[in-house]
Design a protein around this ligand. Structure first.
Ligand code: NAD
Length: 469
């Protein structure tokens, strides 16, 4: 089979960053992006460019992350294409003026309404693990809202970043939307520009850098940050179902998923059955082993591989399923580790890889207490047990989202707002939320001229007669 040639990744010259940003700002101020027809046209063109470049996108994700083609289709290509269609079909409804609620009768005369104005020029910074979805998803919201935007994909997925640049250049108005390529120096130069919105996806550590920088210019931000998400399995859960669903959540994208569970707190009674079922599920997913399977991805680069290896080397836990790895291939087998303390690095830190620590607990109360002490505002919470137990878990924890009786299902629904809470992020997107996150709700009234007689009371001098009215 002929090899697919991919465009090469090139850092944007630092000297170009200020002028590119000014051009996008000038385009915004020219009101070019205001008409809904323009925005819908851009979304449609983006849809077709994604479709036309399916093979390149798939190849790029394979080279960057060993991503299986089916996964790339599901979570990158069709994911973004569906978002384009949804947004284009619903944009007129989202952009319509809203009637405000609870307006006093007399103020209704002023025709109060809420306009949906674009925030302006936006900076979108993406992470490497879903290199299309995490950059194109927010961009769809920015286009729909009428913003102009710079997209800065992650340099850790360079093939995908280069293909993304090609896709956007082929489809979108270059005076309104562009890609800046690079790593820390380029992102730092971007952060030195004036933005009307910054939308960042990535680690908590860098999220703080972004937030500090944005605070200097009071720029609104949305932060989609890291995991350390708990799964809780009570003694009444179905171990086979829990094992299969949680293994899926840690094998998709080789576990490089912000919403996958970081540690599973499991009732001690359930441990042997759960481990057995994990092994069964692993055999079922990859009958010839994960390494030989075309359906299992790889770790993105040597640095992340070394980080994961170090985590496994420093755990005090016992590997009970999997455990093989090969640096030459950036392969890490899905690996279940039974740990005995929350201070174990596999529990305390975000693994962001195919490692599944399990920590046995005495009962549900202890599981909830421990989960809250590890991270009281994670991105996701996953509960397995009776209906009442799962409701108790929701009632006694906080998290950006939650899936009951599953791994991160909630995050796969395209029209549900997705986002963190506390240190796992602020703001949300997807569906209508993607439009809202780049939109300013502008309250507007129109005072009729004929009403002047009624308004007379507000003008000085505030005579006694007026005060008695
Ligand atoms: P990262 O924070 O290292 O990089 C994300 C982006 O920030 C990249 O574009 C990178 O170039 C830029 N960046 C890195 N260092 C920077 C600096 N010092 N100054 C300015 N910009 C900088 O994250 P990553 O390694 O790409 O992704 C992994 C992390 O992202 C994990 O913590 C994961 O949980 C999180 N994540 C969150 C979500 C979400 O939706 N909440 C989605 C994916 C990943």
């Amino acid at each position: 089979m002929a090899t697919i040639e991919l465009p090469s990744f090139k850092h944007t010259p630092l000297d170009d960053i200020a002028s590119t940003t000014s051009q996008l700002r000038a385009s915004f101020l020219s009101h070019k992006t205001r008409p809904l027809e323009f925005r819908i046209q851009q979304l449609r063109k983006l849809y077709w460019a994604l479709k036309d470049n399916e093979a390149l996108i798939s190849e790029a994700c394979k080279r960057d992350l060993g991503k299986p083609s089916f996964e790339t289709y599901l979570v990158e290509i069709s994911w973004c294409m569906n978002d384009c269609v949804f947004m284009a079909n619903n944009l007129k409804r989202f952009a319509k003026d809203e009637k405000p609620q609870d307006i006093p009768m007399t103020n209704m005369l002023m025709g109060p309404r809420i306009r949906k104005d674009p925030l302006g020029t936006a900076l979108i910074i993406g992470a490497y693990n879903f290199p299309f979805q995490l950059s194109v998803g927010p961009l769809i919201g920015a286009i729909a809202a009428g913003c102009t935007a710079v997209v800065k994909p992650s340099e850790s997925a360079p093939y995908a970043a280069a293909v993304l640049e090609k896709v956007l250049a082929e489809s979108l108005d270059p005076s309104c939307y562009t890609v800046i390529q690079g790593a820390i120096p380029e992102t730092t130069a971007l952060l030195d520009q004036k933005w009307d919105k910054i939308f960042y996806t990535g680690s908590e550590h860098v999220g703080k850098i972004i937030a500090k920088k944005a605070a200097e210019t009071l720029t609104p931000i949305t932060l989609e940050l890291g995991g350390r998400n708990p799964a809780i399995i009570t003694k009444h859960a179905d171990p086979k179902l829990a094992a299969k669903r949680l293994l899926w959540a840690k094998t998709l994208n080789a576990g490089q998923v912000c919403v996958s569970q970081n540690c599973t707190f499991i009732d001690r009674e359930m441990v042997p059955a759960f481990i057995r079922e994990m092994q069964n599920a692993l055999n079922e997913f990859y009958p010839n082993g994960a390494r030989a399977s075309p359906d299992y991805g790889r770790i993105v680069n040597e640095r992340q591989f070394a980080r994961l290896k170090k985590m496994l080397d420093s755990t005090n836990g016992r590997i009970v399923v999997g455990g093989t790895m090969d640096e030459s291939d950036l392969f890490i087998e899905p690996t279940v580790v039974q740990v005995d303390s929350i201070s174990d690095p596999l529990v305390a830190d975000e693994s962001f890889g195919p490692i599944l620590p399990i920590l046995p607990v005495t009962d549900l109360d202890e599981a909830i207490r421990i989960a809250n002490s590890v991270h009281d505002t994670p991105l996701g919470t996953y509960a397995f047990g009776t209906k009442a137990e799962m409701e108790k878990i929701l009632n006694q924890t906080r998290s950006g989202g939650a899936s009951l009786n599953d791994g991160f299902f909630h995050a796969s629904i395209p029209t549900m707002p997705f986002g963190g809470v506390g240190t796992s992020g602020q703001g949300a997107y997807r569906g209508k939320a993607s439009f809202d996150v780049f939109t300013h709700r502008r309250s507007v009234t129109t005072t009729p001229s004929w009403i002047e007689g009624l308004l007379d009371v507000r003008y000085p001098p505030y005579s006694l007669k007026k005060q008695k009215k």
